[in-house]
Design a protein around this ligand. Structure first.
Ligand code: AHR
Length: 321
């Protein structure tokens, strides 16, 4: 590992050098989930740009949604002797063996945007994620206000089964509506975080709920599924954003376009820049042994139609979504 050799040479010569100089020697491998959503595409783009800013040699392996591919990629990064591994875990379980291998090889692992089961906590250095329970809660609380005491049947489009963010966003939303007996989840199914599945599942919800007449709101664990659901509602002659309230998560440009057109109501922002804080943590850890907090939390912000959605769309549209 070039980085270790440099550190040793520097320690021997007693020369002090900046964190920036360390970064130039770092190689980081990133096991990315795939490209299921606009947010995911932006995260990949932003990660590359953040690596470039810091002069870090960055290798990305696209797992095409498969955990087995992520495990293979991690093993390959270990064999290559990278200085650190970033992992966006597609699901929360099943990482123990491979992360133990990374630990035995003395390679720190940083989780990006999704968590693993709490039992694996000693197997990674830090996790850079949002508070995904809070995101769901904010979405639920927004809906309770928007429903204003009227009976409101909600259909829910869940993310990938077994993903920490899907479990947490579901729980958070349920917490958010817990005090409002008028707001009820009547149907809930996975749309796997994709537009196509979001549309397909919404079509089945509409059919099952009297052509959509019984649906007051849609909650989607990401904006891409909501964009698909909006399409399904329009094709069924419903008016999303007016007859049917919508709230989702990510804040991708297309949801702001829909909000500006009055076809979506609210979204909770998830920053695509998880890699920037992760690189900084790894650089400080490698250079000075600074152990980062176990959780580096990124911010979540609610946007509604009153936040000038067209301006937000313009500001985001060229950012790699
Ligand atoms: O883990 C983050 C989630 O993964 C995003 O909210 C979703 O769009 C993506 O697929």
């Amino acid at each position: 590992m070039k980085f270790k050799a440099l550190l040793l040479a520097t320690a021997l010569s007693g020369t002090l050098f900046s964190v920036g100089a360390h970064a130039a020697e770092l190689t980081v491998g990133f096991s990315q989930i795939g490209s299921e959503s606009g947010w995911r595409a932006a995260e990949t783009t932003v990660s590359k740009a953040e690596a470039k800013k810091r002069n870090i040699n960055f290798k990305i392996a696209d797992a095409q949604q498969k955990q087995e591919n992520q495990i293979k990629a991690i093993r390959s990064f270990i064999a290559q002797g990278v200085d650190a591994i970033f992992l966006a875990p597609v699901v929360a379980t099943g990482w123990d063996s491979v992360l133990k291998e990374a630990k035995e090889a003395n390679i720190p692992v940083v989780l990006l945007d999704r968590d693993i089961d709490p039992s694996g906590k000693e197997l990674y250095l830090t996790a850079v994620t949002s508070d995904s329970v809070a995101e769901g809660k904010v979405a639920g609380e927004w809906l309770v206000k928007a429903a204003a005491g009227k009976p409101c049947n909600v259909v829910e489009l869940q993310g990938t089964v077994g993903a920490s963010v899907a479990t947490n966003r579901k729980k958070g939303f349920e917490d958010g509506i817990a005090g409002a007996s008028n707001v009820k989840i009547v149907r809930s199914q996975t749309g796997d975080f994709t537009r196509a599945k979001g549309k397909e599942v919404m079509e089945s919800f509409i059919k099952a709920e009297g052509g959509g007449k019984n649906i007051c709101a849609v909650y989607a664990h990401n904006d891409d599924m909501m964009v698909g659901a909006i399409q399904a509602m329009k094709e069924a002659g419903l008016k999303p954003g007016t007859d049917v309230l919508t709230v989702s998560i990510d804040a991708v440009p297309d949801i702001f376009k829909a909000m500006a057109a009055g076809e979506a109501n609210a979204t909770v922002e998830l920053t695509p820049n998880m890699a920037g804080p992760a690189f900084d943590a790894v650089v400080a850890y490698k250079a000075k042994g600074t152990v980062p907090p176990k959780w580096i939390q990124t911010e979540s912000k609610l946007y509604t139609q009153s936040d000038n959605p067209m301006a937000v769309y313009e500001s985001k549209k060229d950012l790699g979504y």
